[in-house]
Design a binder for this molecule. Structure first.
Ligand code: XMP
Length: 319
């Protein structure tokens, strides 16, 4: 009889049998899949697991602290926190093309992760949060040589360069099963039911060149948007919601003076597969509250617009 507790026991036994006494490393992103994989593997082998969490400077507000809090303090998982923000920012200087930004962020991630893994010479396994849809998708991409519109390489190339054995305990699970498993393992509901976040993070939500100042403004605006969506019960009704930073100035008034500040766009979509999506019909009073809060609380932003484009022809992200 299939139940989640039985499944946890089975999965734990399988990991123990596979890994034995050897050590495992895992790139923890804070996303659902790597988080659940980390929690499951930790349940199975405890301190034989070391997670590497790379802060690329393109994460959401307080994200690094939250990940460290949950895994390191709450669950007692060994996590190495690498603050590589300056390195990523440096490499992105002057770069404006979306695909070029993705490539650089992907490449730097591999480099940072590799450097960290060399500090763990006893590790024999690389664990990844690959889930069933990823397996199917990449098989399809290989046979059909599918032309992907955007490159989605998060950890591409890692296994080859590290010469580690692959441990992928979520390979047979669908997303909703991964979430259930996460809850069974004691992960917070908020983490397990979080919207997806792209590997390149805010790097593809700041149009054009990524600058520290833009990332800081965007983080604060995005946190307000998500806060208000949660408070209004709309977070769960949308599949993905975020703020996009537009590096253009628009004119506004404040008190007696004119302002000349940045614009942000709100994006909220409903979708079942992320291949097609419709924009969410958020209530006007909610949109108004979000706009007021962002403009009042985030000095440097004086205009908020709402994205009413479907996919296709638009994509969910702006880059
Ligand atoms: P688009 O913008 O192509 O996005 O409609 C579809 C889904 O994919 C996510 N996305 C990415 N995820 N690396 C990722 O890991 C990427 O480079 C990337 N680009 C888009 C996007 O957030 C949405 O969920």
């Amino acid at each position: 009889d299939w139940t989640m507790p039985n499944y946890v026991d089975e999965a734990v036994a399988k990991i123990r049998a596979q890994v034995g006494q050897e050590e495992v490393i895992l790139g923890l992103s804070g996303g659902v899949d790597s988080s659940v994989a980390a929690a499951l593997i930790h349940r199975a082998i405890g301190d034989q697991l070391t997670c590497v969490f790379v802060d690329n400077g393109l994460l959401r507000l307080n994200e690094a602290q939250q990940v460290m809090e949950t895994f390191s303090r709450h669950l007692g998982v060994k996590v190495i926190h690498v603050d590589a923000a300056a390195q990523f920012m440096g490499c992105l200087k002057g770069i404006t093309g979306p695909e070029q930004k993705r490539k650089i962020i992907g490449r730097e991630f591999v480099e940072v992760f590799q450097a960290e893994s060399q500090k763990l010479p006893n590790a024999k396994w690389l664990a990844q949060g690959t889930i069933y849809p990823d397996v199917v998708e990449s098989a399809g991409a290989k046979t059909k040589k599918a032309h992907t519109i955007k490159s989605h390489h998060n950890v591409g190339g890692l296994p080859e360069t590290l010469r580690l054995k692959l441990l992928e305990p979520l390979r047979e699970l669908f997303k909703d099963e991964v979430r259930e498993l996460g809850i069974a393992l004691g992960l917070p509901h908020e983490m397990v039911y979080r919207h997806p976040f792209p590997g390149p993070g805010l790097g593809v939500r700041i149009l054009g060149e990524v600058k520290q100042e833009f990332a800081d403004l965007l983080r604060r605006a995005d946190a307000i948007f998500i806060d208000e969506l949660r408070a209004a019960g709309w977070y769960e009704k949308t599949s993905q919601a975020f703020v996009v930073f537009l590096p253009v100035h628009s004119v506004g008034v404040m008190g007696d003076g004119r302002t000349y500040e940045y614009v942000v766009a709100l994006r909220a979509v409903e979708t079942s597969d992320f291949m097609t999506a419709t924009w969410a019909e958020l209530p006007h009073d909610l949109l108004g509250r979000i706009s007021n809060r962002i403009i009042n609380e985030v000095r440097g932003i004086n205009r908020v617009v709402y994205d009413i484009s479907g996919k296709p022809p638009a994509t969910i992200e702006w880059e």
